[in-house]
Design a protein around this ligand. Structure first.
Ligand SMILES: [Zn+2]
Length: 169
């Protein structure tokens, strides 16, 4: 097949890029009843990276399709999830099967500031492993006023998907 392929549904787009050593599935939009997992090619590469930066809402029909796709992909590849959006993390925490045994490498987390600013910050799991293991949100400063940002979710709930972090080294 081509090294790049795009599959579109009503509210979801999946771009598949085949690179040496790994395949990338770049997923954007809502995982809903219009998503048909059967139309997604299953690449068999040792490593498969799923990019969830622009993933929006999941509904109950969509999540069933998602779990089937992820289960199939994980049979032949080591899965890793990158730049997971806040809504995809919420979904993963509700339904851990959403990862199919793969690992989250980086994810977005919600923060707010006293000055009224609301934002999301990209957290690399390996860079912040110590804090995350203690259920502590990594520290960031407000880009507008310079004060410390407050984490805008419950740490125990939001970082739940990390509780099975493999031991470092
Ligand atoms: Zn501020």
């Amino acid at each position: 097949m081509d090294s790049r392929k795009v599959i579109k549904f009503a509210n979801l787009k999946i771009e598949i890029v085949q690179a040496p050593g790994a395949a990338h599935y770049i997923i954007a939009g809502d995982v809903d009843e219009n998503f048909r997992q059967k139309e997604i090619p299953r690449l068999r590469t040792p490593e498969l990276h799923l990019h969830l930066k622009d993933v929006g809402n999941f509904n109950s029909v969509g999540i069933r399709e998602w779990i089937q796709l992820i289960a199939d992909l994980s049979q032949h590849s080591k899965l890793s999830f990158h730049e997971c959006s806040v809504s995809s993390i919420d979904q993963i925490n509700m339904v851990p099967h959403s990862l199919g045994g793969g690992t989250v490498e980086s994810f977005y987390a919600p923060y707010y500031c006293e000055c009224g600013q609301e934002t999301v910050k990209l957290i690399n799991v390996h860079d912040h492993e110590q804090e995350l293991r203690r259920n502590e949100a990594p520290h960031f400063l407000c880009e507008h006023c310079g004060k410390s940002l407050e984490f805008d979710a419950l740490e125990e709930t939001y970082f739940q998907f990390l509780t099975s972090l493999p031991k470092a080294g």
